[in-house]
Ligand binder design. Structure first.
Ligand SMILES: Cc1cc2nc3c(=O)[nH]c(=O)nc-3n(C[C@H](O)[C@H](O)[C@H](O)COP(=O)(O)OP(=O)(O)OC[C@H]3O[C@@H](n4cnc5c(N)ncnc54)[C@H](O)[C@@H]3O)c2cc1C
Length: 559
């Protein structure tokens, strides 16, 4: 049986940061990724990563922590947020020492741009390709440290034996074999689940695998109802136009040419938090001041030189997709599904309630983002909690002998996947996936109503039944993307179900969760996390988890 001290499932920023840390601590590390690590979705991150370096103005880690608490609409755990903000400057310096080429100010210090919801210019960046640059930096470090990489291996189930995590079952996509990989500690870093929506900024690999595997193994998912809609995405293909554009001074305008954001956020305008800006845009569109379901991102006044120097990628993306050159014309944009605030429940060290199982990055809910994530805080989360999860996993692994692996689980995964290949039910992956995506757009969009959430829940229940009848065309063992697509769809349906269930239960409006029938935040009743637990062949069991408050009591949230 394949075996490691630490097994990291995921080769994006959180996974690679965890693998590097564990390898530097001298442990035997395996890292599993269903796609080549540098193709991980982190590579799409554009605008930057937050840290209170104070290079442009007198910023502090306390201000970063408070902005994050306020951004979270007071439901982020404040002990984790303080740790997160305190660790940030060192995380940037570490990345720089590892070779990350950050953009610079004229005096040579790392440049920082303003981002939504931040009191100071705090976002460090590499032009508008920050994720890709950091991803390559970490990949080099994985090579240097000889991390054993299982490239194009697809984890299908988490193994928990005698109440302790003991590794995963995984499909080797290159030859179709299904193997057990035993580990003293397993760290999930499998990214987000944007593909449960019909339209999203997320890549094809963001399918909630780790969230669902942990959930099925008995680990609760937290705050799944909080889904971020990014204010500036292209209508045609959902591609993101970074918040860095507004950070550099771009305007949002409506069909009448008005800069409308100051009506909704009198101080911050375009740089209010994402939930506020997305709702404002949707209101403009709903009230008839949009064009074809869009408002506009206007960069013209920034001038060609600044656009080409700081925002070259988004200019090209808009040009390719719409034929519009942002140097000369405003770009039509719409709010689009972007990020999962909820995920696998962990403490501030990345530990889940099951010993030996950890999670970091977008698949985890630590919770630092609460009901709304601030731009630039997600990349930071991958680096800070990737490192911390690895440290705690390493400490745990050093005290443990190799756990038993439940061989029956390996056999049951082999027969489950064998049955999927043999199924002649006649349903199609793409049909079920598209219907799920539409149910999520309608049930769990920016504005939510109980009737449409309930329609979504009923639809997902029905789709879960139809899922069992899906047949595949490709029955072969080598690079069977028909099969991996089906496995991913199963994971996504779990994510969709827990999200809609949480959205129906939370009778208030907080951060990205806006219930039109309960338009106010209700701290008395709902200042708590939603916990979803798996029940075989039944709806998720929903419960509460207390929010940790250290020094900031909830206040009215105005930008
Ligand atoms: C377009 C875009 C722009 C963004 N820009 C920014 C930004 O500027 N700043 C910011 O802070 N945030 C940004 N974000 C958010 C941020 O990029 C992500 O939240 C973050 O990169 C997620 O990193 P991760 O390591 O958790 O996951 P990912 O990078 O998605 O990596 C997941 C890894 O898990 C692997 N995996 C998944 N399932 C399995 C499985 N079953 N078996 C094996 N391997 C598996 C994948 O192969 C991959 O290697 C942006 C997001 C998008 C979509």
């Amino acid at each position: 049986m394949l075996q490691h001290d630490i097994l990291v499932v995921g080769g994006g920023l959180a996974g690679m940061r965890a693998a590097v840390e564990a390898a530097e601590l001298g442990l035997d590390v395996g890292m599993l990724s269903k796609i080549h690590p540098v193709r991980s979705h982190s590579g799409a991150a554009q605008g930057g990563i937050n840290a209170a370096l104070g290079n442009r103005e007198d910023d502090t880690t306390e201000a970063h922590a408070f902005d994050t608490v306020k951004g979270s609409d007071y439901i982020g755990d404040q002990d984790a947020i303080e740790l997160f903000a305190d660790e940030a400057p060192q995380a940037i310096i570490w990345l720089e020492h590892m070779g990350c080429i950050f953009s610079r100010m004229d005096d040579g210090r790392i440049a920082q741009r303003p981002f939504g919801g931040a009191s100071f210019p705090r976002t460090c960046y590499c032009a508008d390709v920050t994720g890709l640059v950091i991803l390559h930096t970490l990949w080099e470090q994985c090579q240097r440290l000889n991390v054993k990489v299982y490239e194009e291996w697809f984890a299908t189930a988490l193994s928990v034996q005698n109440g302790v995590g003991s590794g995963v079952v995984a499909l080797n996509v290159t030859n179709g074999s299904i193997e057990a990989i035993r580990a003293k500690a397993t760290i999930f870093a499998t990214g987000g689940a944007g593909r449960s929506y019909y339209k999203t900024t997320n890549g094809l690999s963001s399918t909630g695998d780790g969230m669902s595997m942990a959930y099925r193994a008995g680990i609760p998912l937290l705050d799944m109802e909080f889904v971020q809609f990014h204010p500036t995405t292209l209508k045609s293909n959902g591609v993101l136009m970074t918040e860095g554009a507004r950070g550099e001074g771009a305007y949002l305008i409506n069909a009448l040419g008005e800069r409308f954001m100051f009506k909704y956020a009198p101080t911050k305008g375009e740089l209010a938090s994402r939930d506020v800006v997305s709702r404002a845009e949707q209101t403009e569109i709903n009230e008839g001041r949009g064009v074809d379901g869009c408002v506009f991102l206007d960069l013209r006044h920034l001038g060609k030189q600044k656009i080409m120097e700081r925002l070259p990628q988004i200019r090209e993306l808009a040009l390719d997709a719409t034929g519009i050159d942002a140097i000369d014309e405003p770009v039509p944009i719409t709010p689009g599904m972007h990020y999962w605030m909820g995920g696998i429940q962990t403490d501030k060290h990345g530990a889940t309630p099951v010993p030996g199982v950890y999670a970091a990055g977008e698949c985890a809910c630590v919770s630092v983002h609460g009901a709304n994530r601030l731009g630039g805080n997600s990349l930071l989360e991958t680096i800070v909690f990737g490192k911390l999860a690895a440290r705690h996993a390493a400490d745990y692994a050093a005290r443990m002998s190799a756990p038993d692996f439940n061989v029956r689980q390996l056999e049951s995964e082999r027969s489950r996947i064998g049955a999927m290949l043999a199924n002649k039910g006649g349903e199609r992956v793409n049909v079920v996936r598209d219907e799920m995506g539409k149910a999520m757009m309608e049930g769990a969009g920016i504005y939510r109503l109980p009737a449409s959430i309930q329609v979504g829940i009923d639809r997902i229940r029905e789709l879960k039944q139809r899922y069992k009848q899906i047949s595949l065309d490709d029955k072969g063992p080598v690079f069977n993307t028909d099969l991996t697509g089906l496995l991913e769809l199963g994971f996504l349906l779990d994510v969709a179900e827990t999200t809609l269930a949480g959205a129906l239960r939370r009778e208030e409006s907080r951060g990205a969760h806006t219930r039109l029938d309960f338009p106010e935040r209700d701290d008395e009743k709902w200042m708590k996390h939603t916990q979803a637990r798996f029940r075989p062949d039944a709806d998720p069991e929903l419960g509460d988890k207390q929010v940790t408050v250290t020094k900031w009591q909830p206040q009215a949230r105005v930008y």
